[in-house]
Design a protein around this ligand. Structure first.
Ligand SMILES: Cc1cc2nc3c(=O)[nH]c(=O)nc-3n(C[C@H](O)[C@H](O)[C@H](O)COP(=O)(O)OP(=O)(O)OC[C@H]3O[C@@H](n4cnc5c(N)ncnc54)[C@H](O)[C@@H]3O)c2cc1C
Length: 461
C-alpha cells in the first residue's frame, strides 16, 4: 500500500458527528452534495466532514450501503451483494474492518470442481490448476488491453471452466467482453468473509454521515447557477444547492440517464461510462433444515460444469456452507444471469438444484427449506441496473477517465472510478471515494483562496 493511501486510510477512521436522516437543511449552500450512500459516497462524505466541510448525501433508497446489503432470515447474516474482502492482504478495507471490531473469516477459493456428478480427482485438479495458472501468466504478460478470452488455453478440457470463472463469475460479463488488463490486475486471494456481514459493516461505517434517504436525484445543473455552484433536483420536488457535487451512482444508472446533467456531460465522460458497462452476477441462497453437508469443508468456492440444452458447457459456482452454516449460495453471471432475470425465480432455483443434486445427491436437495430460498436480481434493481462495472477490452483506462471532474463542479466516485487492482469491488469504491474527496478539497481550497484575494487585494504578497 502506498504511503498516501495509508494516510488517507487513517484519516477516514476518525469518527464524525451527525446522524442519518436528520440532516439540517440550511439556507446556506452545502460545500458538497454527494449523490448515493453506498460505500463510495459514505467515504467521500466522511473524509470531507473530517476536513470541516458541510456535506449532505442524497440517497434514492430507504437505506445506506447500496450494493453492500446484509439480510436476516437465515442461520447466518447473508450478503446479497458484496460478500468477500478480496485480496485481504492488500485490501485497504481490511484494517478498517478489523479496527471496527468485525470478524474476518478466511475462505477457500480452491474448492472442489465437478463435471456433472464427477468430482475431479487430485490429478484432474492439478491439471485444472496448471491450466488456470498458465492463463493468468498470459494475462499478466499482455502488452495491450485485449479480450481476456484471447489468453484461454486453446485445447484444454478446462477451457470453459476457466472462461466462466474469469468472465461471468468474476467480471459479471462474458470473457470475450472482459478487459484482459483488469482481469490481470485484480487482486484476489486471500479472500475473507465478514462474519457479521459486509453490508452490516458498511452500515456501521456510514454512521454519523448526514443522509437524506428516499431522495432520488433526477437532475444536476452545474456552473450556470448564480453563485457558480450546483443545483440538485430530486424526485421529491425538493432542490438542494451546493458548491460542488460528487456523483457516486453506478455506470448502469449513469448510462440509463436517470440523472439529467445540464450542461450535458462531455463526450469523454460518456465514452468512459460506455467503456465500463455493468456486469451482472446474481445469487440464489438456500437454507437447509439440517446439517446435510456435514462431510464438506466450509466457505469453499465450488464450481459445477454441465452440458446445457444448447450442447455447450455451462458453469455455475457455489459457496458451500458459508461461515460453516448449513446453507449454500449459488452464483451465475453474464448472459445466464440476464436470462434468469427475465423468468420467474423458480427457473434459477431449479437450475441450481440440478447442480446440487448432481454434486451432493437428491437427499441434500430434499432438505432445502424452500420457503427461505432467495434469488437476487441486481440487473432489475433501478438504483444499480447491474452488479458492478466490467471494463470492456481496451477500456481499463476508462476507470481513471470516469474519475475526472467536469467543469470543476461535478466530481465522480463509485467503484467504476477505482483502480483496476480493486476492479469493481468495495475497495475500488472506497479508494475512488478518497480520490474524489481530495479533488473536491483542492477545488474548494483554490476557490476559497481566490475569494480571499478578491476581498483583500492589499494582502497579496
Ligand atoms: C452480487 C454482487 C456481488 C458482489 N461481490 C462483491 C464482493 O464479494 N466483494 C467486493 O468487494 N465487492 C463485491 N461487489 C461489488 C460491490 O458491492 C460494489 O463495488 C460496491 O458496493 C459499490 O459501492 P458504490 O458506493 O460505488 O456504489 P453503490 O453501493 O451502488 O452506491 C450507490 C448508491 O447510489 C444510490 N443511487 C443510485 N441512483 C441514485 C439517484 N438517482 N439518486 C440518489 N441515489 C442514487 C444507490 O441506491 C446506492 O445506494 C458485489 C456486488 C454485487 C451486486
Amino acid at each position: 500500500m502506498t504511503t498516501i493511501l495509508r494516510l488517507l486510510l487513517a484519516s477516514t477512521l476518525i469518527a464524525l458527528p451527525g446522524c442519518i436522516g436528520s440532516a439540517r437543511i440550511a439556507a446556506k449552500p452545502y460545500d458538497v452534495i454527494v449523490v448515493g450512500a453506498g460505500l463510495s459516497g459514505l467515504t467521500v462524505a466522511k473524509d470531507l466532514m473530517r476536513n470541516n466541510r458541510r456535506v449532505l448525501v442524497l440517497e434514492a433508497t430507504n437505506r445506506i450501503g447500496g450494493r453492500a446489503h446484509t439480510i436476516a432470515g437465515f442461520s447466518i447474516p447473508v450478503d446479497v451483494g458484496a460478500a468477500w474482502l478480496h485480496g485481504a492482504d492488500t485490501n485497504p478495507l481490511t484494517a478498517i474492518v478489523d479496527w471496527m471490531g468485525f470478524r474476518r473469516i478466511p475462505t477457500d477459493l480452491d474448492g472442489p470442481v465437478f463435471f456433472g456428478d464427477h468430482r475431479l480427482n487430485e490429478r484432474e485438479m492439478r491439471e485444472y490448476g496448471e491450466a488456470y495458472e498458465a492463463t493468468e501468466r498470459g494475462l499478466a504478460r499482455a502488452h495491450a488491453d485485449r479480450p481476456a478470452s484471447e489468453f484461454l488455453p486453446v485445447a484444454s478440457r478446462y477451457r470453459a471452466l476457466i472462461a466462466s470463472d474469469i468472465g461471468p463469475l468474476e467480471s459479471g460479463a462474458e470473457i470475450e467482453r472482459t478487459s484482459s488488463a483488469d482481469a490481470a490486475a485484480f487482486q484476489s486471494d486471500p479472500d475473507d468473509f465478514v462474519k457479521e456481514g459486509i453490508g452490516t459493516w458498511v452500515q456501521k461505517f456510514g454512521r454519523g454521515v448526514p443522509v437524506e434517504l428516499a431522495t432520488p436525484v433526477t437532475g444536476i445543473r452545474y456552473g450556470t447557477e448564480g453563485d457558480g455552484g450546483v443545483l440538485i433536483e430530486t424526485a421529491t420536488g425538493k432542490t438542494y444547492r451546493g458548491r460542488r457535487v460528487v456523483v457516486t451512482v453506478s455506470t448502469g444508472v449513469l448510462a440509463a440517464r436517470r440523472i439529467a446533467f445540464r450542461p450535458e456531460l462531455p463526450q469523454e465522460k460518456w465514452a468512459a461510462i460506455h467503456g465500463l458497462p455493468m456486469g451482472l452476477l446474481n445469487k440464489v441462497v438456500f437454507q437447509f433444515d439440517s446439517d446435510v453437508l456435514a462431510a464438506e469443508g466450509g466457505n469453499a468456492w465450488v464450481l459445477h460444469q454441465r452440458t446445457g440444452t444448447s450442447g455447450h458447457p455451462e458453469v455455475m459456482a457455489f459457496v458451500i456452507k458459508p461461515l460453516g452454516a448449513s446453507m449454500v449460495v449459488g452464483f451465475y453471471g453474464a448472459e445466464q444471469a440476464r436470462r434468469f432475470e427475465q423468468l420467474p425465480d423458480s427457473h434459477a432455483i431449479d437450475y441450481a438444484k440440478i447442480a446440487l443434486r448432481a454434486m451432493y445427491g437428491a437427499n441434500v436437495v430434499a432438505h432445502i427449506d424452500d420457503a427461505r430460498t432467495r434469488v437476487t436480481r441486481w440487473g432489475k434493481n433501478p438504483w444499480t441496473l447491474g452488479s458492478y462495472s466490467a471494463a470492456l477490452p481496451d477500456a481499463s483506462k476508462m476507470h481513471a477517465e470516469l474519475g475526472k471532474p467536469v467543469g470543476d463542479r461535478v466530481f465522480f466516485a463509485g467503484e467504476a472510478c477505482g483502480p483496476p487492482e480493486f476492479n469493481g469491488s468495495l475497495a475500488a469504491a472506497y479508494v475512488a471515494g478518497l480520490q474524489a474527496s481530495r479533488q473536491v478539497q483542492a477545488s474548494l481550497l483554490a476557490a476559497d483562496a481566490a475569494r480571499e484575494r478578491d476581498r483583500h487585494p492589499e494582502r497579496q504578497p
